[in-house]
Design a binder for this molecule. Structure first.
Ligand code: HEC
Length: 404
């Protein structure tokens, strides 16, 4: 036990911050929140272009004029929202891709192309404005929302989403596979989506919305649980943020079926995730929260990453690579101090990235991956998300340095 003492000291200090962290939430910039609300609304509009366009245009012919007009308006509104947001490196490119998307829709381009472009634009929007697309806590169970669904939703959407009117059905596997859990969540947020009038969902808590999203995801989920080995092959599917953000339809078939089931049963994914993969995911979320100016949630995710991720693997790591374990202890500590001392943002981000890199390295050591192409694909997806954030950050810094 005594061997790990410095480490437990860090853990103890970190747990003390749970009490301190709320004080930091006041530091959150007031316009940051509304910035994220605007971005979230645009992301929702674009996601619905992706899912609705294939139902309105087929073979270059408009099948549903009203729905088609709706997509055009969604893209226009998303562009207008983007103009309201502060300029960031990458905004001009995003503006161009929205113009291109509008042109594709006007030309009645192939549904697959429009779907991909709309989803890409939504993802870029989220990255550019550091939109958190996962819950601050771990995902609740869908059962938690069962009574709420009976009470508030089933009279319109039917038992388990089986409404008679097609536009109210929530159990069509093809349509639902085009939407992420985060998209379902957003539908239930009246400032972001006008599918419902405010009587339906304006007083729901964030946790209730996630629980409803998970319950709804269950209406179109396969009945059989995926083979646990798939979690090793596609680590991004069993942890945050992947499980909340990925659209099943964009994944290879076996991964698609797996996430359709896992996202409806998040409690069953916990033991499938390597603790260090969990730590890496939580560090990613912490970094995202930090960039978004939300210090309280930065702490929260950092703590979770330490306690529910790193701590669980630490004894094993200390056996196989004591030097790396010692280095990681120190890096968690340094990051903590940097945030505590309100160190310059670029320093904090660098510490985040160094720690993150070592967590990924440690995971490779404890559970070497087969190096197979498909595994690499899952890991790549995750790394791509990180790299996108890093690239944006780098450009931002360069510009600041240049203008100083
Ligand atoms: C008054 C009827 C009504 C109630 C109550 C209602 N909805 Fe809806 N909901 C709709 C309609 C209509 C749509 C489609 C809106 C559109 O296409 O613009 C919709 C859309 C949705 C969607 C998006 C589905 C898709 O395929 O695009 C989800 C998810 C959803 N509702 C979930 C819920 C949940 C969860 C509740 C309970 C909190 C709820 N709804 C309550 C009528 C209702």
């Amino acid at each position: 036990m005594t061997r790990y003492r410095p480490f437990y000291t860090i853990a103890l200090l970190l747990s003390l911050w749970t009490w301190v962290a709320p004080a930091w939430s006041q530091q959150q910039l007031p316009d940051k929140k509304s910035e994220q609300d605007i971005a979230a609304k645009a992301v929702s509009l674009l996601s619905f272009v992706a899912v609705d366009y294939p139902e309105s245009v087929d073979d270059s012919v408009v099948r549903d004029r009203k729905l088609y007009r709706q997509q055009q308006s969604n893209v226009e509104v998303a562009s207008a929202l983007l103009r309201q947001l502060p300029d960031r490196p990458g905004r001009a490119q995003l503006q161009d891709s929205l113009k291109e998307l509008a042109r594709l829709i006007a030309d009645r381009a192939a549904p697959d192309l429009v779907r991909r472009r709309a989803n890409t634009a939504a993802d870029r929007f989220a990255a550019l404005y550091q939109l958190p697309r996962s819950p601050a806590e771990s995902l609740p169970s869908g059962e938690e929302a069962q009574a709420l669904y009976q009470d508030r939703c089933s009279h319109c959407h039917g038992e388990r989403g089986s409404a008679a009117q097609p536009e109210r059905r929530l159990d069509d596997p093809v349509r639902m596979a085009n939407l992420s859990l985060y998209d379902f969540y957003n539908v239930l947020e009246p400032t972001r989506n006008d599918a419902h009038n405010s009587a339906v969902d304006s007083d729901l808590s964030s946790r209730q919305r996630w629980a409803l999203a998970i319950l709804v995801a269950g209406f179109s989920a396969p009945e059989i649980a995926p083979a646990p080995q798939l979690a090793e092959k596609y680590p991004a599917l069993v942890g945050l943020p992947g499980i909340a953000v990925l659209r099943p339809a964009e994944l290879p078939q076996e991964a698609r079926d797996a996430i359709l089931w896992w996202r409806a049963h998040p409690a069953e994914t916990r033991h499938l995730q390597h603790p260090l993969a969990r730590a890496a995911g939580l560090l990613y979320l912490a970094q995202n929260a930090y960039r978004g100016g939300d210090i309280a949630s930065t702490y929260h995710q950092l703590m979770l990453g330490l306690r529910e991720g790193y701590l669980e693997s630490r004894p094993q790591l200390a056996q196989s690579n004591p030097a790396l374990a010692a280095q990681l202890d120190q890096q968690w500590q340094e990051l903590r101090v940097a945030i505590l001392d309100q160190a310059p943002t670029n320093e904090v981000i660098e510490k985040f990235q160094r720690l993150q890199g070592n967590v990924v390295r440690a995971r490779e050591q404890l559970q070497p991956t087969s190096g197979g192409g498909i595994y690499g694909w899952g890991a790549l997806l995750f790394i791509a998300a990180l790299a996108l954030g890093a690239a944006l950050w780098y450009r931002l810094r360069r510009r600041r340095v240049g203008s100083a």
